[in-house]
Write a protein that binds this ligand. Structure first.
Ligand SMILES: *Cc1c(COP(=O)(O)O)cnc(C)c1O
Length: 388
């Protein structure tokens, strides 16, 4: 079996941890306080400082989206505009509020929400829009905010892919209505599992401080003081969504290493682009890798290629690939037979292929992946070379 340069399989994505994270976890284990306490408090403080706005940590990115939506008042019967081309987490978070996710089409060059398409799907029940920062890029985010402002919609950003990305010189999470991040094992920074939301809306923030702890009023404040709530009131629906000290210990050290982790992702994505751009048959996203931190590296394959077979061939060469994503409007739960079609999403989704991208990927790995990919596509007779 031929393998990647390094003699092992080149993984699509992976957690990349240093000695610092390992020692921090052992520190938490030694102190024998695993729940939500001072490590979480410190992680929140440093995230808030980084974003320049209050950040609250929760158990994962899906929970951040769920609590953000609930916190801005999304409930039964409401509709939320969301691109179909996202992880099912975005859709399930909306459905968890009793609301309906309304599938929207994407812009062809960034695969982010097309707000003009979203506008056509407005009804009197539409309450919010959830742009998804696909692959770390944000598309026409100014356009989304203008559109939302015009129609009185809340904007809950799914920034799970975009930790560290900048848009027009502003940090994602540093502005906007409410921005949600994921720190799951393979995201731009990880806390094992975890997530956070960032906002300046005081009412929303207090709602989330309580709702992440089963609605127990002021439990966050007591836990950070090393106490617990024995007598309390509950007046809102809450969930068991808080973060543990173990996770925060990992997250905090990843936050400290963010620039190093980000610059490798940016350099590898830039190299992919340099090597793949001369091959006209391979479609690349329009991204500025000086500004955004890419979470994944999706390409659009030539029209007639058998993606399953290509993936199988690459796997045999020691290269793992992925598909981001199967559109949600294709899923049984989120199908809507009355809805207008989503031509861009439907045309592109079957041709998407994600190449390996993570901070342990070497430049030689990227070269090997590109050479193998180009060779495999050429052998399938599908490459339209125009090296000019
Ligand atoms: C990872 C991800 C989420 C959810 O984050 P979890 O931490 O895995 O719950 C939401 N949306 C998108 C686009 C994601 O990639």
């Amino acid at each position: 079996m031929p393998h990647g340069n390094s003699g092992k399989t080149i993984r699509l994505s992976k957690s990349c941890l240093s000695q610092e994270e390992k020692e921090a976890v052992i520190g938490v284990l030694d102190r024998e306080f695993l729940g939500m306490g001072t490590e979480v408090q410190r992680f929140e403080e440093e995230l808030s400082h980084y974003f320049g706005r209050p950040a609250l940590c929760v158990v994962n990115g899906t929970a951040a989206l769920h609590l953000a939506l609930q916190g801005v008042g999304i409930g039964v019967g409401d509709e939320v505009l969301v691109p179909s081309l996202t992880y099912v987490a975005s859709f399930q978070a909306i459905a968890a509020c009793g609301a309906r996710p309304v599938s929207c089409d994407v812009l062809p060059h960034t695969l982010t929400i097309d707000w003009r398409d979203a506008e056509r799907r407005l009804t009197e029940r539409t309450r919010a829009v959830m742009p998804v920062h696909y692959a770390g890029g944000v598309g026409d985010l100014d356009g989304v905010f203008l559109f939302a402002g015009h129609h009185g919609l809340r904007v809950v950003e799914d920034a799970a892919h975009a930790f560290g990305s900048r848009y027009r010189d502003r940090l994602i999470g540093g502005f906007g209505d409410v921005t949600c991040f994921s720190f799951d094992g393979i995201k731009n920074i990880t806390s094992g599992e975890g997530g956070c939301l960032v906002s300046e809306d005081r009412q929303l923030l207090q709602h989330v401080r309580d709702s992440r702890l089963l609605g127990v009023e002021r439990d966050t404040e007591r836990r950070f003081a090393g106490e617990r709530s024995w007598e309390f009131d509950v007046s809102i629906q809450g969930w068991r969504y808080h973060m543990s000290n173990l996770m925060a210990a990992i997250g905090l050290r990843q936050l400290h290493r963010r620039e190093c982790l980000a610059s490798i992702r940016q350099a590898r994505a830039e190299r992919y682009r340099q090597l793949l751009a001369p091959h006209g048959g391979i479609g690349l996203l329009e991204q500025d890798y000086g500004a955004i931190v890419p979470h994944i590296f999706p390409i659009v394959l030539p029209r007639n290629i058998d993606r399953d077979r290509l993936r199988h061939n690459l796997q045999a060469m020691g290269i793992q690939t992925g598909v981001h994503y199967q559109p949600n409007h294709w899923l049984t739960m989120f199908k809507d037979h009355q809805a207008d079609p989503l031509p861009v999403t439907d045309a592109i989704a079957k041709r998407l292929l994600s190449l390996p991208l993570h901070p342990d990927l070497t430049e030689e790995d990227v070269d090997y992946v590109c050479a193998s990919l180009i060779d495999a596509i050429r052998r399938a007779g599908c490459l339209d070379d125009n090296p000019s």
